[in-house]
Design a protein around this ligand. Sequence first.
Ligand SMILES: Cc1cc2nc3c(=O)[nH]c(=O)nc-3n(C[C@H](O)[C@H](O)[C@H](O)COP(=O)(O)O)c2cc1C
Length: 297
Amino acid sequence: MLEINLSGLKLKSPIILAAGVLGVSYSSMKRVYDAGAGAVTSKSIGIVPREGYPNPSVIPVYPDTFINSVGLANPGINNFISEISECKANGLVIIVSIFGDTNEFYREVALKAQEAGADAIEVNISCPHAEVSSWGSDKCLTQTLVEYLRKAISIPIFIKLNPNVTDLPEIALAAEKAGADAVVAINTIRAMIIDVNTKKPYLHHGSGGLSGRSIHPIAVKHVYDLYKVLKIPIIGCGGIFEWEDVIEFFLAGASAVQIGTALFKGLDIISKLNTDLKRYLKNNNYRNISDLTGLAH
Ligand SMILES: Cc1cc2nc3c(=O)[nH]c(=O)nc-3n(C[C@H](O)[C@H](O)[C@H](O)COP(=O)(O)O)c2cc1C
């Protein structure tokens, strides 16, 4: 069985759409949900519309690996409420990713998303090419923000962790202590590519975040380390392309996973993953994918 219960959310599959990739409108999220995802995460939404950085902002580097500095382009929460409501009206499980320049802005966006019908909030404290990464680099800032949101919000709160730190478990523990329901590990890894002819970085913004196949083993290690210290569920994210990548995350300690970069190849990958995962469970005599969580320890 692929059904899971994630912090009270009942998902038909443990595969969730990662933030920032296709979660821009009801219709794009519906396509991902209909393709077999257990839930969808929206693009990170802020208090006001934001254009993001100029192109080039997404560049393929190695096979199945991207560098991006989209810069949190989003329509602002007031223009996104109807997309959330439509997701809810049509039975999608929707996690709204939020960001802010201040704790108060985070709270305001979270409250509006909750009111519109979000099933959970994912707090982006980790984008490597925007200011919000500062929260996720500091355990005190993380704890204060999560405590503040916890007091205001009744739906589950997931914290999207910043891998560009020395001690990620310390920051995850601060989030857990403050009342987070789960963590997502990981966001993209700070990176840069330079054009040898122009002698300038390729991305207009200069630096960006690496995603896709190249970061998968790094993400697995983070999940493995987090599982040793956390009591709350971990959502593994980074470089899922094959069913083995999903199983690896579960064995390391994940209770669910998110997929982003691989979807640029098409949405069929989700139903293929679901089919392959069911086959693995059957062949190995497991009733439920949740039985695999943490078995590598
Ligand atoms: C083009 C692009 C845009 C992204 N935008 C966001 C975002 O708005 N918020 C966020 O939390 N993560 C964002 N991410 C990070 C992904 O959610 C995910 O953490 C990361 O890409 C690793 O997963 P993957 O290897 O499956 O893509 C973005 C990633 C990409 C490639």
